[in-house]
Design a binder for this molecule. Structure first.
Ligand code: TXA
Ligand code: MG
Length: 445
């Protein structure tokens, strides 16, 4: 391939090519990353069509081909070039393509010989790498390039971006239509990382982290300089958490930065607990969804704030029970009341909501409802007066953990049945019961 100058990540029109050769109008992609710029996330086929219209050819290779047999990859590119019978030109000094931007770039008139078949790997294979290692390396690459990637955690799926890249963080706000006053949790791989992002990691906070990380606990601590106001919405405190999911822990270990990640749902709607939930609502807006199966806990993390070294306040009930926290560090205060300008926007009145109205059984006037169009979410037994197909029982074994695990999926399922009403009941005051009641109350608005 001597004589051709390949440039890494050249922008053409509003798209980015991985390796680009101007003389040949050739793009070489590894694992089919499609990098939308200008904050636009474009499906691969749209991008490919547009690049073809502009006269570019795309040669694609899988990650593992490059890793395992780079010589063969080189040969295949060379064969393609030679078959095209293009005489290589010596690269010009300071190739202009480097300095051209998408507005003034003029596509050259060279056309590729049509009877040469490039080695094309279908886009769907490119976008869904089969094994975990290539899934993670695709996510690593996309995140390093400033893209937003949906990631699994044990609580709910997150919409992850490089926490130290303000543009990427801004994108994650925009994708979920989230107000900028609502700060993001920063996900780290290990308790040892905490010191980089906070100026004070008190003994009590440390004790909690030791006991429950990786796990459904977020600590709000005074932020260090490195964390931008974009992440904390201007607050002097940052939310930190080590999530407990093998894929995401592995991903975090490979990245040189932490991940800011809100839950991967449109703002105000129920959080996603499977990759399918993310795909249904944000699939065309995120560059990749790392599928780690259903979330084990199913409720967002419990948020504990340390305004000073001694006093801990729970700002959001979640996947870690109050009892577990108090057993570890003693009495904590609760500040989970709803506000219109909350400390923690998980405290917003109307949040975690279904489109279908949701009410407590004690609020229902039975003369006014159509029972064929009414569903229910109950703890361990269905209501006798409703059609069974409209009902979701969260835990026949009366386990609040199991109920939490099933809650959001049940809310989504019922929301898709075109019902007029969802009836629910109060869950027990222990374990994850209070967190479930909190989500149901906010869904009621
Ligand atoms: O389990 C979870 O926490 C999930 C997964 C993806 O980690 N994340 C999550 O993120 O639920 P999000 O953005 O949907 O909710 C984060 C909550 C918000 O209510 C936000 O206000 C609060 O955390 N929060 C984040 N940083 C904060 C800060 N510095 N001070 C007060 N609250 C903060
Ligand atoms: Mg959320």
């Amino acid at each position: 391939m001597q004589g051709f100058s390949f440039l890494r990540q050249r922008s053409i029109d509003k798209y980015i090519a991985d390796f680009f050769c101007r003389d040949l109008k050739l793009i070489i992609e590894v694992d089919g990353c499609s990098h939308g710029i200008e904050k636009i996330y474009i499906k691969d086929n749209v991008r490919e069509k547009r690049l073809n219209e502009l006269g570019y050819s795309i040669l694609r290779f899988k990650d593992e081909e490059v890793m395992n047999d780079i010589h063969n990859v080189g040969l295949r590119i060379e064969n393609w070039i030679n078959g095209d019978k293009i005489i290589p030109q010596p690269p010009s000094k300071g190739d202009k393509a480097l300095t051209q931007n998408s507005d003034n770039f003029e596509a050259s008139e060279d056309h590729l010989n049509s009877d040469i078949t490039p080695i094309l790997i279908p886009a769907n294979q490119q976008l869904e790498p089969k094994d975990e290692t290539s899934q993670i390396s695709l996510a690593v690459r996309l995140l390093m390039l400033g893209n937003v990637v949906a990631i699994p955690t044990e609580t709910v799926y997150g919409l992850a971006a490089n926490a130290l890249n303000e543009e990427a963080v801004t994108d994650s706000f925009k994708i979920k239509n989230r107000p900028f006053f609502d700060p993001l949790i920063v996900h780290i791989s290990d308790i040892k990382e905490v010191g980089k992002y906070t100026t004070s990691f008190s003994e009590k906070a440390h004790k909690l982290a030791e006991a429950f990380w990786p796990g459904p606990l977020t600590l709000i601590l005074p932020k260090s300089e490195i964390i931008s106001d974009m992440v904390t919405s201007g607050l002097q405190f940052v939310g930190l958490r080590v999530p407990n999911h093998p894929l995401t822990l592995n991903l975090l270990k490979q990245l040189p930065f932490p991940l800011a990640a809100p839950s991967a749902n449109p703002f105000g709607y129920v959080s996603p607990t499977t990759a399918k939930h993310v795909k249904e609502q944000l699939g065309d807006k995120v560059s990749y969804i790392l599928d780690g199966g259903p979330c084990e806990v199913g409720l967002e993390s419990t948020i504990v704030m340390f305004e000073d070294e001694e006093n801990a306040t729970i700002l959001r009930l979640g996947g870690l029970s109050i009892e577990a926290i108090e057993n570890c560090i003693g009495k904590v205060s609760l500040n989970i009341a709803s506000h219109s300008k909350p400390n923690s926007p998980g405290q917003l009145d109307k949040h975690y909501a279904t489109r279908t109205p949701l009410k407590l059984i004690t609020e229902i006037d039975f003369n006014t409802i159509d029972i064929t169009k009414t569903g229910s979410i109950t703890f361990h037994a269905p209501f006798v007066f409703l059609p069974i197909e409209n009902q979701r029982v969260l835990s026949q074994n009366k386990s609040t953990e199991e109920a939490a695990h099933n809650l959001f999926a049940a809310m989504r399922e019922l929301d898709n049945l075109n019902l007029e009403l969802i009836i629910t009941e109060n869950f027990p005051p222990n374990g994850l019961g209070p967190a479930i009641n909190d989500r149901l109350n906010r869904a009621r608005g």
